[in-house]
Write a protein that binds this ligand. Structure first.
Ligand code: NAP
Length: 279
């Protein structure tokens, strides 16, 4: 039986630490502030933005919401980001993705000042400790730490190479001295590669993609996937029932990596506020 790594437990710890930092900053007269930009009316994005606002309120972080119409031009969006970049009372800026098709996501996220980029999209992981790390991959690192698992010297395999999850995940594991392999849709004989991993991270976006034959005996299996099954229920990228007996540690879906992303966003906002106020 594998040990479950529950994101809720780890997220609670991260949020409690963030709350203590917020309290300390408030005592120094600094009110951490996160600005969230939502372009258009995508229902899922609306839900995510509301959750972020609620979490800010719980922690005592001020949140500002900029709700822009779907037809907002790139220039208008960049002008708002520029204003927020220059507003000293705003410590974190987040532009909710996806953006409507006529807007360039790369241009938009790169416009956010590096020290305010709480999503960590502009982070160069190799450049040093000052960077705000991308939330989902850094949440995975926090879960490994919580479970007492060090990537150091371990064979780590990431399935997925997206800019938001797979690539930064691989870089963080490398920075933690893992020996890292990154797999993708063109990888040949994928099961032979993934079976070698001591730590296997699935970030594919396909329900129950990772089957038991793809996992080595005793591997640590982290499931980043969030997919909707035919019955409407959330399902991960890992076939949990089949893989769990082979794994030493495994994350469930839901209740695994999911809660970590927002917790790390709060942590990043607090870190950004601290760095910008130099307390
Ligand atoms: P994405 O941009 O669609 O990337 C998926 C990656 O999987 C791509 O690199 C793709 O390879 C690879 N892939 C697809 N089919 C494959 C196959 N047959 N064999 C090997 N690799 C394959 O997705 P993402 O944004 O990284 O997200 C991945 C999953 O994580 C999704 O389920 C998403 O919902 C979830 N997610 C969860 C959180 C959270 O908070 N827990 C946050 C973000 C994302 P190519 O590059 O070759 O196309």
């Amino acid at each position: 039986m594998a040990t479950l790594i529950r994101g809720k437990d780890v997220a609670e710890k991260v949020l409690a630490e963030a709350k203590a930092e917020v309290d300390a900053m408030l005592a120094e007269g600094v009110l951490p502030c996160l600005a969230v930009i939502l372009v258009g009316d995508d229902p899922a994005s609306r839900v995510y933005v509301n959750k972020k606002k609620e979490k800010c309120a719980e922690l005592g972080i001020r949140s500002l919401e900029y709700k822009l119409p779907a037809e907002t031009s790139q220039e208008e969006l960049l002008a708002l980001i520029d204003t927020l970049n220059h507003d000293a009372s705003v410590h974190g800026i987040l532009c909710q993705l996806p953006l409507p098709g006529h807007l360039d996501e790369q241009v938009t996220v790169r416009a956010v000042a590096r020290e305010k980029d709480v999503d960590g999209f502009t982070c160069l992981i190799s450049s040093g400790a000052d960077d705000l790390m991308p939330c989902t991959p850094s949440g995975v690192m926090e879960m490994l730490k919580f479970a007492g698992i060090s990537p150091r010297g371990k064979k780590c395999c990431v399935i997925g190479r997206s800019n938001i999850v797979g690539k930064p995940m691989a870089m963080l594991l490398l920075a933690a001295d893992g020996t890292v392999t990154v797999c993708h849709s063109k990888t040949e004989n994928l099961p032979a590669v993934t079976r070698e991993a001591d730590i296997l991270i699935a970030a594919v976006g396909k329900p129950r993609f990772v089957t038991a034959d793809m996992v080595g005996e005793g591997a640590v299996v982290i499931d980043v996937g969030v997919n909707r099954g035919a019955d409407g229920k959330l399902v991960g990228d890992v076939d949990f029932a089949a893989v769990e007996p082979k794994a030493s540690f495994i994350t469930p879906v839901p209740g695994g990596v999911g809660p970590m992303t927002i917790a790390m966003l709060m942590k990043n906002t607090v870190c950004a506020a601290k760095a910008q106020s130099r307390i």
